[in-house]
Design a protein around this ligand. Structure first.
Ligand code: ZN
Length: 451
């Protein structure tokens, strides 16, 4: 006899529509076809989710899996497995630090080839914007990039130049025509480069010297400049990895003025790590913009709870351990490896964040902002991208729990709330009880109807 569903998730607490409801979810052909308190009908498979919460699968819009070319830094198989273990079902890969970076159609195709058959989750790709590839933006748009990423300061990678103001201005005009957003790493190159040069010349090479070379004002100044160019061009703008509350306020004010379509993200590490952690952990906690103060952690939690931060992304950016050992802290490769920990970090705070805010910033808002019309919500017609979480349980993060390549997480040894029990991609369980459970079948996702 034909079954009504391929899969039913019974008796779950479903996180949706600004609320949490007790319901069962019916899935067929990879889609959610019913969300109902009293779901009847038969299924090939049933999951009893009593006591668990079902969140929409996380959409991590900012990762560096470095494939092809630098897969020894991370790699799509390991990076996507780690994402799935953290409840994620889609990632947006940055155009660097893969080699070649994604700056034209050919390099886009190479990354799609690297990901196809190797990614455990669905994926979208950022294209790059540099002074050298303005003429390739159109072909990247035609291939299906989610948007264009530019660096206002030095990217750290020789084949990905930073964008001067004119490049940014021209790039935004072009992106506007192509109806795609520009994402910027917003730190002033003038301020950060000159302070870096001064510190190195004076032999001041410690972690504290590094932190002091990238002050908040460098970020605030660049954010304002990017907003001015976006207002001028009408281009949609997204500020990546905002590290401080002043910049959250800049973005919010520009968006409410109505003259600029601008959003931002912050990262879990700016919420729970600060300068003291850089001194304690060293290289594992180096990033740019750098970690700020404990007071800034509090400010960002406050902003998040107040609905002022639309998106949380991991900026997962590992490198081989050998690049993390230099005595000169400026030479240590920057980047924090945290793709697996976003959900537990957001679930571990006093006072607790409403679960619907967590679902909004990790799934619904990323999907809406970047035009993923079939993802990000637990609703009829959507892809069955889900994660089942025991929010009442806590765990200590151990190195052996991590599925990324180098397992250099700054969060090892910390205790978090929220155990991800099972992750489902388009109706197929891809992760359960600590293990990957299906061959990699992630697909390239292209923007459909961005807003
Ligand atoms: Zn990044």
């Amino acid at each position: 006899m034909a079954k009504d569903f391929d899969l039913i998730i019974r008796n779950s607490n479903v996180v949706r529509d600004n609320t949490v409801i007790a319901a069962s979810i019916g899935i067929a052909n990879g889609k959610i076809i019913a969300v109902d308190q009293d779901l009847t009908g038969s299924a090939k498979q049933e999951i009893n989710a009593t006591g668990l919460h079902t969140f929409p699968g996380l959409i991590d819009i900012h990762v560096h899996f470095n494939d092809p070319g630098r897969a020894d830094w991370e790699g799509i198989p390991t990076g996507s497995a780690s994402l799935a273990a953290g409840g994620g079902t889609t990632f947006f890969d940055m155009p660097l630090n893969s080699s070649p970076p994604v700056l034209n159609a050919e390099s886009f195709d190479r990354k799609v080839t690297a990901a196809t058959g190797n990614s455990h989750t669905d994926f979208a790709l950022w294209g790059g914007l540099t002074p050298n590839n303005l003429d390739h933006m159109e072909e990247l748009a035609a291939r299906g990039v989610i948007g264009f990423k530019a660096f206002m300061s030095n990217s750290g990678i020789d084949d990905f130049s930073h964008s001067d103001d004119l490049t940014l201005y021209r790039g935004m005009m072009k992106a506007k025509q192509l109806n795609l957003p520009i994402a910027v790493h917003a730190e002033s190159d003038t301020i950060t480069s000159m302070l870096t040069a001064e510190a190195i010349a004076a032999g001041k090479l410690s972690p504290t010297d590094y932190l002091d070379s990238r002050p908040i004002v460098a970020e605030v100044e660049a954010v304002e400049r990017a907003i001015i160019l976006a207002e001028e061009t009408g281009c949609r703008l997204h500020i990546v990895h905002v590290s401080n509350s002043r910049s959250i306020e800049q973005v919010r004010r520009a968006a409410t003025r109505g003259e600029c379509d601008v959003t931002c993200e912050t990262c879990p590490h700016y919420l729970i790590l600060n300068r003291d952690d850089v001194l304690r952990l060293g290289a594992a906690a180096k990033c740019a913009p750098p970690l700020r103060t404990a007071a800034e952690n509090d400010n960002l939690w406050h902003d998040l709870a107040a609905g002022k931060i639309p998106i949380i992304a991991s900026d997962h950016s590992p490198s081989p351990p050998g690049m993390k050992t230099d005595k000169n802290f400026f030479k240590v490769w920057g980047g924090i490896a945290g793709v697996q920990s976003t959900l537990p970090i957001l679930l571990t705070h006093d006072p607790a964040l409403p679960l619907s805010i967590i679902a909004d910033v990790t799934a619904m808002n990323p999907a809406k902002r970047f035009g993923l019309s079939t993802k990000g919500q637990i609703a009829v017609g959507m892809d069955a991208d889900l994660t089942l979480v025991n929010v009442a349980a806590s765990f200590e993060l151990k190195r052996e729990n991590l599925l990324d390549r180098h397992k250099l997480s700054p969060y090892v040894g910390r205790t978090f709330n929220g155990i991800v029990k099972q992750t489902i991609l388009r109706g197929t369980t891809i992760f359960a009880n600590g293990k990957i459970t299906a061959p990699p079948a992630g697909r390239l996702i292209k923007p459909t109807d961005p807003c």
